[in-house]
Design a protein around this ligand. Structure first.
Ligand code: URA
Length: 433
């Protein structure tokens, strides 16, 4: 077999056989197939697509490219959650401690930013000293003692996905259904959780821009998970505007902390409660989602979820004082308001563009070796359906560089659309599979 032939086969619309996929994934993981050939293959898949069979074979080959974690030393039903990626999506930071506060073992594997979307691991690094690289023993110990551990992909957990994720991030090859499904599910199969709740985003800020594609992605991931014996559900949620108001690593951590203290944006709280209820039911802590939601709400309002968050930050090397006083988190040098050019209602927000503005400011990676500036980003003042007056603030830009600040401001104003009539509200939860 050789990679050149496989690239050409896919480019011409062919179907890759299971042994070809296994050979390709092994060769890439071992460093025998170079990035440039794998980039060409990823791009061919973006144009040609993959069958369900190929997607399943790719998922299994990636899951088996490294260690399969054995979490049997953790008592109870272990639950994990994964988002397909969005703008301002800091849900895991709220959800993981919230669910853990009910005593549910949350064994979470998270990722870094991808394309125009952010990642939990980058966000958590806003806490000085925080470690996302945990040994299996430490991971198991933390879940057994404080019910929560959040780790990045270790070098040997689905290493093929780890390499491909970084490659896709900078080669414009993220937004393909089979690549997303296999990337997410390979990690989930390798990471040993018993139950998984998927947050499948839909809309302009998601990789799947319409509901039909998002449903297909959700179905694909649920069926791969079930084939592997996992209890999987998918919630399809709106990404036609950023979630909450903050976009950018440390800014999102601050908003997540506000939410854990009962003072967060309504959409973020709602999403955490919905996903959390499914996780709690799967773990056997509640008999139905209604009961689970009540328990979670109580924990949020009673401060229990925030206490777990502080314990979690300490257990992984961070300082919980940064959580109690988030002004200690990284802060950008410059802050400026972007002002509305019109009076009316906000009818639309170009959400992917908001994610790209954050990238422009340095909040994500332009190349595999880029360093992320954790302090930069934007905090929206106006969301869809809000009324606005000319000259009123649309958002505050947080930047480390004056020229970038100016460019970000120009693009942010253009990302907003206005109408004279108040637009109809859009539901946050679109479907549950
Ligand atoms: N999250 C992942 O882990 N992989 C993707 O491809 C998209 C979102």
């Amino acid at each position: 077999m050789n990679m050149y032939d496989l690239i050409v086969k896919k480019k011409r619309g062919g179907t890759l056989a299971a042994d070809e996929i296994r050979w390709m994934i092994r060769g890439y993981t071992d460093g025998k197939i170079p990035d440039y050939q794998m980039s060409a293959m990823m791009m061919a898949i973006c144009f040609v697509g993959m069958s369900d069979e190929e997607t399943k074979d790719l998922t299994l080959a990636m899951a088996k490219s490294g260690d399969m974690l054995d979490l049997s030393a953790i008592k109870g039903i272990k639950v994990d959650k994964h988002s397909t990626g969005g703008v301002g999506d800091k849900t895991s930071l709220v959800l993981a401690p919230l669910v853990a506060s009910l005593g549910v073992p949350v064994a979470k594997m998270s990722g870094r930013g991808l394309g125009h979307t952010g990642g939990t691991i980058d966000k958590l690094e806003s806490f000085t000293g925080f470690r996302t690289s945990l040994s299996t023993d430490e991971f198991i110990h933390n879940v057994n003692t404080i019910h929560i551990a959040v780790a990045g992909q270790t070098a040997n957990l689905a290493p093929a996905d780890k390499k491909l994720y970084a490659l896709r991030d900078v080669t414009g090859t993220v937004d393909q259904m089979s690549l997303i499904a296999s990337s997410i599910m390979s990690k989930k199969l390798a990471s040993g959780a018993d139950a998984i709740v998927l947050d499948v985003k839909t809309g302009d800020g998601a990789f799947m821009k319409n509901l039909e594609d998002s449903r297909a992605l959700a179905q694909e991931m649920v069926s791969i998970g079930r084939l592997a014996g996992k209890d999987v559900s998918a919630v399809i949620s709106d990404m036609d505007q950023p979630l909450g108001f903050a976009v950018g690593n440390a800014l999102e951590v601050k908003e997540a902390i506000d939410t854990l203290r009962g003072k967060g944006p309504a959409d973020l709280e709602e999403l955490a409660l919905v996903l959390g209820s499914y996780m709690a039911v799967k773990a056997g802590r509640a008999s139905d989602v209604r009961e689970a939601e009540e328990m979670l709400r109580e924990s949020l309002l009673g401060g229990m979820a925030f206490d777990v968050f502080c314990r979690f930050i300490r257990a992984q090397g961070g300082d919980p004082k940064d959580a109690r006083d988030p002004d200690r988190l990284p802060r950008a040098r410059y802050r400026e308001e972007a002002l509305s050019p019109k009076t009316g209602y906000i009818s639309d927000i170009a959400t992917e563009e908001i994610g790209r503005i954050c990238l422009l400011l340095g909040g994500g990676r332009q190349t595999k070796d880029s360093r992320v500036d954790l302090s930069v980003g934007l905090v929206l003042r106006k969301k869809k359906g809000d009324s606005v007056k000319e000259g009123e603030s649309l958002a505050v830009i947080h930047a480390g560089d004056r020229a970038l600040l100016k460019e970000a401001k120009r693009r942010l104003v253009q990302a907003y659309s206005f109408s004279e009539e108040k637009p109809d509200p859009v539901p946050l939860i679109k479907d549950i599979i």
